[in-house]
Write a protein that binds this ligand. Structure first.
Ligand code: PLP
Length: 435
């Protein structure tokens, strides 16, 4: 009864993100969640589901960690809000900025805080343009991003996103955004065509998430770093998914031995327990803006450095450190890849297994060698069957792919990885009957 009542109210009053309004009116909510613990979510109908994508690649420490609630409550009781504009500060934001700089590589030491990934990327786009203006090169404005990238839904972030439906949702985008495929030659050609003197920055996720868990080609980022240096183009790493341990390294770019000029972060910094993100800049950028510009950094959100969010993020990072969770990501990542390998060997229709750490994917093909697809995606059907068996899954079908993606919480055990794979295995067996 509760489910039905809630369903009606949801349909009547709630506009869901990234959801078809029409289909939602027909089908109602998929699940209405009520609580979570570890890798599991429970819903109002009493179903217990494995959260195989850590919800939105973000609940990294897992659900139900009461310490974060306590940290939030204590901070709220003491100081729920104070502004960080005009140079004012408070303890949690100072401590978090220091903690972030301990995690980030090289000379990336200064953080601007936001409420999420989209805001972090928009902040970075404005910052790089401001930087070149301060350096006397106001024409360096263009931003290069990659096909199948996802950078969020603010106007700049949407404009940088390489997954087309997100861009096509609206009629006009921000100016000066360019897209490139994943070959080095294409990047060089684009820079040549547009002129390095007009390009402010290149942005990429270390491993693309929403676009299908796509690792870069071998040696890609090392070459990109070099090309950026040779052409005076700033390198922005969108670490919103990969940052804070998801790949088994502190940051995804660590996998490739590359240090960007700017790191954008969100999701994993608080494991989704509070909405917070950030942009970390290198000392080079900071010094330039400090020494050669006297005006304000004319950019700031009311919730830049929200005390409660900072306190929650600090507690989250403390848990990741104290419980050696990044090490568990590496170990369980191997188990996940073993599981995907098992699926690939068991089902001839599966291939293109990929990923690292607790970020993995595998695809369906009608004919693997010919690269031929089924007319309707198989991954979506498998996800539907898996739900009946107790797993909340994610299928990705952008750009003609037919992908199952996995990004479970860092606290997952070997046995739980096994359960996840066996639910998927059984679901595939069932779907195959009707192919
Ligand atoms: N960048 C990446 C790589 C993401 O995966 C996301 C969200 O999925 C974003 C940016 C946008 O972050 P948010 O949804 O917090 O605005």
């Amino acid at each position: 009864v509760k489910f039905e009542e809630l369903t009606e109210l949801d349909k009547k009053h709630f506009l869901h993100p990234s959801t078809s309004i029409k289909q939602h009116m027909e089908n109602g909510p998929g699940a209405i969640f009520t609580e979570g613990e570890g890798i599991y979510l429970k819903d109002v109908r009493g179903r217990k589901l494995i959260d195989s994508l850590s919800s939105l690649w973000n609940v990294n420490i897992g659900h139900g960690r009461a310490e974060l609630g306590q940290a939030a409550a204590e901070q709220m009781a003491r100081l729920a809000f104070s502004s960080t504009f005009a140079g004012n500060s408070h303890e949690p934001v100072i401590e978090l900025a220091k903690k972030v700089s301990e995690w980030t590589p090289g000379n990336l030491n200064t953080t601007f805080f936001t409420s999420g990934g989209s805001e972090s990327n928009d902040t970075a786009f404005k910052t790089v343009r401001h930087y070149w203006k301060v350096k006397g090169q106001p024409n360096k404005t263009k931003i290069i991003s990659r096909s199948l990238s996802y950078h969020g839904v603010a106007m700049g972030a949407t404009s940088a996103t390489g997954i087309e439906p997100f861009r096509e949702f609206t009629t006009s985008l921000a100016q000066g955004f360019l897209y490139v495929d994943s070959s080095i030659e294409s990047l060089k050609d684009l820079i040549e065509k547009e002129g390095a003197e007009n390009i402010a920055a290149f942005i990429s996720e270390p491993i693309q998430g929403s676009g299908g868990v796509n690792p870069p080609p071998e040696g890609y980022f090392k070459e990109v770093r070099q090309i950026c240096d040779e052409n005076d183009i700033l390198f922005i790493a969108d670490e919103v998914i990969c940052g804070f341990g998801r790949t088994g390294e502190k940051f995804g770019m660590d996998l490739f031995g590359v240090v960007p000029d700017i790191i954008c972060m969100a999701k994993g910094i608080s494991s989704g327990y509070a909405p917070i993100g950030g942009m970390v800049i290198s000392d080079k950028i900071k010094n330039e803006l400090m020494e050669n510009y006297e005006g304000n950094f004319w950019h700031g959100y009311t919730y830049s450095g929200h005390p409660m969010c900072c306190a929650v993020a600090l507690k989250n990072l403390e848990i990741i450190e104290n419980e050696n969770m990044v090490e568990n990501v590496r170990n369980m990542g191997e188990e996940l890849q073993k599981g995907l390998k098992y699926l690939e060997e068991t089902h001839v229709i599966m291939g293109n297994r990929r990923g690292i750490g607790l970020l993995g994917a595998i695809e369906f093909f009608k004919d693997l060698e010919a690269g031929e697809r089924y007319s309707e995606p198989v991954s979506t059907k498998v996800v539907a069957k898996a739900l009946d068996r107790g797993l909340l899954g994610r299928s990705i079908v952008y750009g003609g792919q037919d992908t199952l993606a996995f990004a479970p919480p860092f606290c997952i055990t070997k046995q739980e990885v096994g359960t996840m794979i066996s639910i998927i295995d059984d679901s595939i067996v069932e779907v195959k009957k009707d192919l």
